[in-house]
Design a protein around this ligand. Structure first.
Ligand SMILES: Cc1ncc(COP(=O)(O)O)c(C=O)c1O
Length: 345
């Protein structure tokens, strides 16, 4: 591929220049490994400032690891995790939650990746019955894999239902920053204040080179997490390099600026292509993903210039994603390439 900008995934962008500078600054001298360093202390304090005093953040290498470790803290092997059919933990983690975590996923049909108390209720049965997995966690994704967002009211309703049945609420926040920006709510308002117990907080998709965080919001849950993280091979020896990136991201709102740019470019892209013949933007474009239907032949032509994913092969549905560094010119170039592909197909 010759073009340097991709609309395939927010994982395709590089790292934000300020993150690179933070990495370079952290690359000074020696310090104690495995998190006993000043960078990790500072980054953990920044999480407390944004999520509340009880927040306990732990750094891990990737998002799948964050989800598996967070959920494993809450579950024994006979437990079940209620989640959307389309949840990343169900479809995009190669079975790691079930294989590594050992618990069962109890899926619920979802609209744009969102589940609601009515759907969750269908999985809340068999309590105390030794032949059934015991529901222990509800997991939601914010923003969802389909780019939609849960309002604080919607999250609170799921949390209340979960807690009333003795379940925890886990939130896969690989794109929590994008959701917070879209909803104009603080990170705390969308999590701690809504009753979320544990979350994965995404960094890589929002300008980091690598690294995610597992954040415990309910006191007591994190007590043995350090053992679990090590057993699950997510303990970074040179943790200062993950922590320094998070400190920079959270220091003065870089997380929000990056999410704002990515979200704005997705809206611009949707707006730009909406009127084109045979192009149908699906659902609302709440965050940095645009799902679109277009003729297969046009999509294949466009793919010769820009790589992107086919989300549904049968009735072809395609996903375009924007990143913190996508510009209006990138969007225009992509839209023009689409116009040419449509005309030629
Ligand atoms: C919703 C969601 N959760 C988690 C992840 C993290 O996955 P990875 O293990 O690739 O970092 C992703 C990445 O695509 C995602 O979209």
């Amino acid at each position: 591929m010759s073009q340097s900008i991709s609309f395939a995934s927010d994982n395709n962008s590089g790292a934000h220049p300020r993150i690179m500078e933070a990495l370079a600054r952290a690359n000074a001298g020696h310090c104690v490994a495995y998190g006993a360093d000043p960078w990790t202390k500072e980054a953990r304090a920044r999480f407390r400032r944004l999520f509340g005093d009880a927040a306990e953040a732990f750094f891990v290498f990737g998002g799948t690891g964050a989800n598996v470790c967070g959920l494993s803290t809450l579950c024994r092997p006979w437990h079940g995790v209620v989640c959307a059919e389309s949840a990343h933990i169900n479809v995009d983690e190669c079975g790691a939650p079930e294989h590594v975590g050992g618990f069962k996923l109890l899926t619920v049909p979802a609209d744009q990746g969102k589940i609601a108390p009515e759907g969750v209720a269908r999985r809340l049965h068999g309590f105390g019955f030794e032949h059934h997995s015991q529901p222990k966690v509800v997991s939601i994704t914010q923003a969802t894999e389909l780019g939609a967002v849960y309002t604080p009211q919607e999250i609170r309703a799921i949390a209340e239902q979960a807690h009333a049945h003795g379940l925890y609420l886990h939130l896969d926040g690989a794109r929590l920053s994008n959701a917070a920006e879209a909803l104009d709510r603080s990170l705390r308002e969308l999590t701690t204040d809504c009753g979320v117990d544990v979350l994965s907080f995404g960094g890589t998709k929002n300008g980091l080179m690598f690294g995610e965080a597992v954040v415990f919001l309910r006191p007591g849950l994190a007590d043995e997490f350090k053992y679990l993280r090590k057993q699950n091979m997510q303990l970074a020896s040179k943790m200062r390099f993950i922590a320094a990136q998070f400190s920079e991201l959270l220091r003065d709102g870089l997380w929000l600026d990056n999410a704002r740019q990515a979200n704005a470019m997705a809206r611009l892209l949707a707006h730009r292509v909406k009127g084109l013949p045979k192009v149908e933007v699906q659902g609302s474009v709440d965050t940095n993903a645009v799902f679109v239907r277009l003729p297969r032949a046009a999509a294949e032509r466009l793919k010769q210039r820009y790589f992107f994913y086919t989300w549904d092969e049968e009735a072809p549905l395609y996903r375009w994603m924007t990143s913190f560094d996508t510009t209006a010119q990138d969007v225009e170039d992509f839209a023009q390439a689409l116009e040419q592909a449509l005309a030629a197909a």
